[in-house]
Design a protein around this ligand. Structure first.
Ligand SMILES: [Zn+2]
Ligand SMILES: [Zn+2]
Length: 266
């Protein structure tokens, strides 16, 4: 019984011919009993995403601005108060993000990304919801800004699709964060990442697909979907030397303890 802690069910790739429902069926068949569909655009996507997940059992969503879009005028117009009220607007909204810093693509300026990130951290502190952090080539600024905004206290959240340095990973764990591994963990070249996974405490581990991107081995290059999170989970079980069933239990339990606004599935 797995949970995909990060996917994008409202992505157009899922939606031709009602494809998203096909993906949900495939997920259930693979033992993926729940999933968190992540928002990237508050103005353009959030209301549609909420509408999509509302009737779906054990499917939840978040609200937030992706760092790629932090410079957009419509996203900048979302005040902290509005973000807080959207986050509190429905039981299905269980986290804030994805937000963070992406200095690899730099689709938005560093200034815009940083102020957007700070706004999202403040919204997490006000709502006590966890944050989904997207970090790429920005390790030091991610940690520095979280420390500054939380007065060094840290906060609840997850470093999603973790692929940053081992140093940053340990700093994030010290700040209270969970670490979510995606299909990248299964790639041949990801030796360092697998080494880091050995160090992550069992109670901080999550798994995700980030679908429709980043399919794990042996499906690399194909379109990803929540059902495939199982393959990342299997590799993680091997790294941590626990059975596959035990890793499913651990990551599912961790999901509900972090995203405690979602009701645990009995
Ligand atoms: Zn991301
Ligand atoms: Zn994502």
């Amino acid at each position: 019984m797995w949970i995909d802690s990060h996917c994008h069910l409202n992505h157009s790739k899922f939606n031709p011919d009602g494809g998203v429902y096909e993906a949900l069926r495939a997920a259930r068949e693979a033992g993926v009993i729940g999933m968190l569909s992540i928002d990237c655009l508050i103005r353009e996507e959030f209301s549609g995403l909420l509408e999509l997940v509302k009737p779906l059992e054990n499917v939840w969503c978040t609200v937030g601005t992706h760092p790629h879009d932090a410079g957009r005028d419509d996203e900048k117009s979302v005040s902290l108060d509005e973000l807080v009220s959207l986050a509190n607007s429905d039981d299905k909204v269980i986290g804030i993000g994805e937000c963070g810093l992406d200095y690899f693509y730099k689709h938005s300026s560093q200034n815009d990304q940083q102020s957007c990130f700070r706004k999202h951290i403040q919204a997490c502190l006000k709502t006590d919801l966890p944050m989904i952090v997207h970090a790429r080539d920005a390790d030091d600024d991610i940690i520095r800004i979280i420390r500054e905004e939380t007065s060094g206290e840290g906060m609840r959240g997850v470093m999603h699709c973790f692929s940053s340095s081992t140093k940053m990973g340990h700093e994030a764990i010290d700040l209270g964060f969970h670490i979510s591994f995606s299909g990248i963990l299964t790639f041949k070249k990801s030796e360092n990442l697998r080494d880091f996974a050995k160090d992550v405490p069992l109670d901080r581990l999550l798994v995700e697909t980030d679908s429709p991107y980043l399919a794990p081995e042996p499906f690399r290059g194909a379109m990803n979907q929540p059902a495939l999170v199982v393959h990342t989970g299997k590799i993680l079980a091997g790294i941590k030397n626990v059975s596959v069933d035990e890793m499913a239990r651990i990551t599912t339990r961790n999901f509900f303890s972090l995203f405690n606004k979602a009701k645990a599935i009995s």
